[in-house]
Design a protein around this ligand. Sequence first.
Ligand code: GDP
Ligand code: K
Ligand code: MG
Length: 295
Amino acid sequence: MSFKSGFVSVIGRPNVGKSTLLNALTGQKIAIMSDKPQTTRNTIRGVITNDECQLVFIDTPGIHKPRTKLGEYMVNVASETMKEVDLILFLTEAAALPGNLDISIIEQLKKVNTPVFLILNKVDITGKDKLFSVIDGYSKLMDFKAVIPISALKNDGTDIIVREALKYLPEGPRFFSEDTLTDQPEKVIAAEMIREKVLLNLEDEVPHGVGVEVMSFKEREDGLVNIQATIYCEKSTHKGIIIGKQGQMLKKIGSAARFEIERLLDTKIFLELWVKVKPDWRNNDNMLKNLGYQN
Ligand code: GDP
Ligand code: K
Ligand code: MG
């Protein structure tokens, strides 16, 4: 059998587990995850390669109604990738019947010719009885090429996705070298790890207005990597919250981020964090460009 390769887009409403699935498939944490919607802002590619095929999975920002220029960018990224891939994984939660947002995503999916798998995630917290009525509810809306229940968190069932996907891939060469896991530069992943820790530690209003820029990323002669990053927020009250009493919160965010980045780079790092106020940066073209949110 000849080698196959292709692109697979992972779509679905916020918080269904798209980034978690990408990490499970590649076995590496390349996409940040949190319980906040709109955690993922950019397209992240995760690559898996075996003897038979190379699959390039694309984690897109969740589809939602945009309220800022950043929001518009995120929705465009998601809908553009649908047309260009070989297969779409439509991810949703196994516990609930299709909601309004799921139905409008399905309307979009029907407009493209790309084959679609329905992936029902979080089966680790769903009863079996519920699963059948949910599958039934979705199958009435659209013809899916496969319906696969999984737990992305427990990495359960994800091998079935790869096996089934193989059937829909064209023959072709590798796009990336065998040991590639992602096309994201380390600098960008480091910034994302820091943003994830902000998301995990702070309440709703603050994280949505946070952007992280790695200003400097230098490897010293002794192998230690020196990283300087700025956390942007929209209000001075937010800055106070991010820094916390006597700098406690920023310290907590910094050490959690350092732990993740060290694991990713497999080396010791020295992380310096600054917090700056940039009112309305999410509507500022220059800032969006600096933080890598650009078409
Ligand atoms: P995304 O917005 O679609 O990328 O969703 P994330 O990957 O950021 O996940 C959103 C939340 O759902 C996080 O808190 C994850 O830990 C959680 N989650 C993702 N997959 C699973 C799963 O299979 N089981 C359970 N119980 N939780 C999950
Ligand atoms: K999320
Ligand atoms: Mg995500």
